[in-house]
Design a protein around this ligand. Structure first.
Ligand code: HEM
Ligand SMILES: *[C@@H]1O[C@H](CO)[C@@H](O)[C@H](O)[C@H]1NC(C)=O
Ligand SMILES: *[C@@H]1O[C@H](CO)[C@@H](O)[C@H](O)[C@H]1NC(C)=O
Ligand SMILES: *[C@@H]1O[C@H](CO)[C@@H](O)[C@H](O)[C@H]1NC(C)=O
Ligand SMILES: *[C@@H]1O[C@H](CO)[C@@H](O)[C@H](O)[C@H]1NC(C)=O
Ligand SMILES: *[C@@H]1O[C@H](CO)[C@@H](O)[C@H](O)[C@H]1NC(C)=O
Length: 546
C-alpha cells in the first residue's frame, strides 16, 4: 500500500465518501440528462483529461478516446439505435452520442434562437489563444466574428487559392527534383500535403507567399512554423486541459511543447504587428479604406482600423482568429488530402475515373484554371468520399441552455421518433463518423465509392454531406479547402499514378488495414500514408519515344 504524506486517514476516508456520493449523484443526474436512453456505462468519459491520457481498457470498462473510430461498426448496432448514451462512473459527465442526421440538425443547425450552444469547456483548446469565430458562442459575439471574417471567403479568394495551389505544386516538383523522375517513393505523404496546406493558408489566408525550399520560421528562427503547428496541434489539448503542474514538469516533451507554443505565439504576434503598421500606412497614404491586400488576415486587421466597424477585434481576438485560421486551414485539409491519395492508391479503378475526367476537362497541354473547378466533380467526389470515411472534424459537441425536447428515432430501422425530455445543461455529441457510416444515409457504408457524390453532377453541396457541419455554423473554409483539394489532386493525378508503398510481402488489403485507419488527435487523423508516385506516360511522349 502507498500512503500520502500529510493526509490523515480520516480525512482520506471523508474524501472518498464525499467523492462517492458526488459521483453517485452525477450518475443518477446523468441518466436523466441523456433522457434515459440506453448506452454505455463506463468508468471515464473519453473527452476528459483522464480519458485522454488513459489507454482503452477492456470494453466497456473504458472505451478509450478513439472509441468513435474503433467502435464504428458496433457502437450503434449494439443498442439498435443511432442515438445512444455514455454515462461515466468515475470522471466526466453523461452525454448522448448521435449518428442520426435529424437529431444532428436539431442540435447544430438551429440558428440564433436555438437553445443549443458550443460549451466553453470543450472550446477551451481552441480559445486558448483568444476568442475566435470557431469558439465564439452567444449570438452577437459569433455574428460579429462571422461578419468580420465572412466577406474574405469569396470567389476572388478561391481563384487565388487555385492559382497558388498551382504555383506551389510546380514549386514542389522543381525543389524536390521530381520533374525528371519516373517514380518516387514517399514514406509519409503528409510531409507534402501538410506543407501544401500550410502554404496555401499562409498565402491566401495571410498574404505570405512562402517558397517551397524556405520553410517559414518564427521570430527566434528556432523552429519552423510548420513544426510548431504540428506540435501545438498534438499537444494543445493536454496543454489546455492539464492541471498546471504538468506544464512545469522537467520532461523533454513538455519543454518541446512549450517551445512550440512560444514559437507560434511569437509568429502570430509579429504578423499582427507588422500588418497593422502596413495597413495603417496604406490607409493614411491613400486617404481611403481601400487596401491593396485582400487576404483573410488583412481583412481582420482592416476591420479594426475601419471607422465603420463599431466593434473591432481586440488584440487577443486577433491572435485567436489567426490561430484558428492556421489550425483549421492546415491540419484538416492536409490529412484529408493524404487520405484521399491513400484511398485512390488502393482503388486504382477509382483513380482511373478521376484521371479520365482530368484528361477530358484539362488534358495535357495547359494548366488547369479555376474555371475548370466545377467540371472536375469526380475529383471532388474522391475527396468527399475520403472525408466521409475519415471526417477530420469528427465530433460536434453542443450543450442545451434550457430544458428542451429532442425528437429521436426509436431504433435503427424506423423513422418513428420519440420525444426525449432533456434537462438544461445536458450535452449531445454529434458523431460525424457515426452519421457518415450510417446505412440509413449511405448504403454499403464501408465501401469507398466516390460515385455516391456524382448524382447532382455539380459541385453544389449535397444535403447529406455533414463533414463540414450543417447550418449557420458550418465550416467557413469549406470551399477554400475544396478548391485547394481539387486543383492539387488534378495536378498530381495528371502527372502521376499513385500506388501504395507496400512493405515486403504486404498485400493491398493489408496495406489498407494498416494505413487507412484513424486516430483522434485534435482532429480525427489518418496515420502516416506511404505512397509511390509513378509517372504517367502521356500519349504525346509515348508517340515520340516509339
Ligand atoms: C477538409 C477540410 C475541413 C474540414 C473537414 C472542416 C470541418 C469543419 C467543421 C466540422 C466545422 C464545425 C465545427 C463545429 O461546429 O463544432 C468547421 C468550422 C470551421 N472551419 Fe472548417 N473544415 C475544413 C477546412 C477549413 C479551412 C480551410 C478553414 C479556413 C481557411 C476552416 C475554418 C473554419 C472556421 C473558422 C470554422 C468555425 C465557423 C463558425 O463557427 O462559424 N475550415 N470546420
Ligand atoms: C462565385 O462563383 C460561383 C461559381 O462560379 C457562382 O455561382 C457565384 O454566383 C459566384 N458568387 C459571386 C458572389 O460572384
Ligand atoms: C489566377 O490566374 C489566372 C490565369 O493566370 C488569372 O487570369 C487570374 O487573374 C488569377 N486570379 C487571381 C485571383 O489571382
Ligand atoms: C494604396 O497605397 C499603397 C502604397 O502605400 C499602394 O501600393 C496601393 O496600391 C494603394 N491602394 C489603392 C487601392 O489605391
Ligand atoms: C484595435 O483597436 C483598438 C482601439 O483602437 C486598439 O486598442 C487595439 O490594440 C487594436 N487591436 C488590433 C489587433 O489592432
Ligand atoms: C440553465 O442553466 C444555466 C446554468 O446553470 C443557467 O444560467 C440558466 O439560466 C439555465 N437556463 C434556464 C432557461 O433556466
Amino acid at each position: 500500500m502507498f500512503s500520502i504524506p500529510f493526509v490523515k486517514p480520516w480525512a482520506l476516508a471523508v474524501g472518498v465518501v464525499l467523492y462517492t456520493l458526488t459521483r453517485a449523484y452525477k450518475v443518477v443526474r446523468g441518466r436523466k440528462e441523456v433522457g434515459y436512453v440506453q448506452g454505455i456505462r463506463t468508468l471515464f468519459e473519453p473527452f476528459t483529461f483522464l480519458g485522454a491520457v488513459l489507454p482503452s481498457l477492456w470494453w466497456p470498462l473504458y472505451p478509450g478516446v478513439n472509441f468513435q473510430w474503433e467502435r464504428r461498426k458496433s457502437l450503434y448496432k449494439q443498442f439498435n439505435r443511432d442515438t445512444v448514451s455514455i454515462v461515466p462512473y468515475l470522471a466526466g459527465s453523461a452525454r448522448l452520442w448521435t449518428a442520426n442526421l435529424d437529431v444532428a440538425k436539431q442540435v447544430v443547425a438551429g440558428g440564433a434562437s436555438s437553445c443549443w450552444i458550443k460549451p466553453r469547456e470543450y472550446s477551451r483548446a481552441l480559445l486558448f489563444w483568444g476568442m475566435n469565430l470557431a469558439g465564439a458562442e452567444g449570438g452577437e459575439l459569433w455574428r460579429r466574428h462571422r461578419r468580420i471574417m465572412g466577406p474574405a471567403f469569396n470567389n476572388k479568394t478561391y481563384a487565388l487559392v487555385w492559382n497558388e495551389t498551382l504555383r506551389v505544386y510546380k514549386d514542389m516538383m522543381v525543389h524536390e527534383g521530381w520533374e525528371s523522375k519516373t517514380s518516387v517513393d514517399i514514406p509519409i505523404v503528409q510531409t507534402y500535403t501538410f506543407k501544401l496546406a500550410l502554404f496555401i493558408i499562409a498565402s491566401c489566408g495571410f498574404g505570405l507567399p512562402f517558397d517551397w525550399s524556405e520553410p517559414p520560421t518564427g521570430e527566434d528562427d528556432q523552429m519552423t512554423i510548420q513544426e510548431a503547428l504540428r506540435v501545438v496541434s498534438e499537444t494543445n489539448f493536454m496543454y489546455t486541459m492539464a492541471p498546471s503542474f504538468v506544464l512545469s514538469l522537467p520532461l523533454k516533451k513538455v519543454k518541446y511543447a512549450k517551445q512550440a507554443h512560444d514559437a507560434l505565439d511569437a509568429f502570430m504576434r509579429h504578423q499582427v504587428a507588422v500588418r497593422k503598421v502596413e495597413i495603417r500606412r496604406e490607409i493614411a497614404e491613400n486617404g481611403s479604406e481601400e487596401i491593396s491586400r485582400d487576404d483573410v488576415f488583412s481583412r481582420l486587421v482592416l476591420a479594426n482600423e475601419s471607422e465603420a466597424e463599431k466593434l473591432p477585434l481586440d488584440d487577443q481576438e486577433m491572435i485567436g482568429s489567426t490561430f484558428v485560421l492556421l489550425f483549421a486551414g492546415h491540419e484538416t485539409t492536409g490529412h484529408t488530402l493524404a487520405a484521399t491519395l491513400g484511398f485512390l492508391a488502393v482503388h486504382p479503378e477509382e483513380q482511373d475515373i478521376a484521371y479520365d475526367q482530368i484528361m477530358d476537362v484539362v488534358g495535357h497541354d495547359r494548366d488547369p484554371t479555376f474555371e475548370d473547378y466545377s467540371a472536375l466533380y469526380k475529383v471532388l467526389a474522391a475527396f468527399y468520399e475520403a472525408l466521409r470515411f475519415i471526417p477530420a472534424g469528427s465530433v460536434m459537441i453542443r450543450q442545451t441552455t434550457a430544458d428542451t425536447v429532442l425528437k429521436v428515432p426509436k431504433d435503427l430501422d424506423s423513422e418513428e421518433a420519440e420525444d426525449l425530455v432533456i434537462p438544461n445543461g445536458s450535452i449531445v455529441s454529434v458523431d460525424m463518423v457515426g452519421i457518415q457510416y450510417n446505412p440509413r444515409y449511405f448504403p454499403d457504408p464501408f465501401a469507398y465509392k466516390p460515385s455516391r457524390w456524382y448524382e447532382q453532377e455539380t459541385t453544389e453541396i449535397p444535403d447529406v454531406f455533414t463533414a463540414f457541419s450543417i447550418g449557420p455554423r458550418a465550416c467557413i473554409g469549406r470551399k477554400f479547402a475544396q478548391v485547394e483539394a481539387v486543383c492539387w489532386l488534378a495536378l498530381l493525378l495528371r502527372d502521376w499514378k499513385v500506388e501504395p508503398l507496400l512493405r515486403p510481402g504486404e498485400t493491398h488489403e493489408e496495406w489498407r488495414e494498416r494505413v487507412l485507419s484513424a486516430q483522434l488527435v485534435m482532429t480525427l487523423t489518418v496515420g502516416p500514408v506511404p505512397l509511390r508516385f509513378v509517372r504517367r506516360v502521356t500519349k504525346v511522349e509515348s508517340v515520340i519515344s516509339s
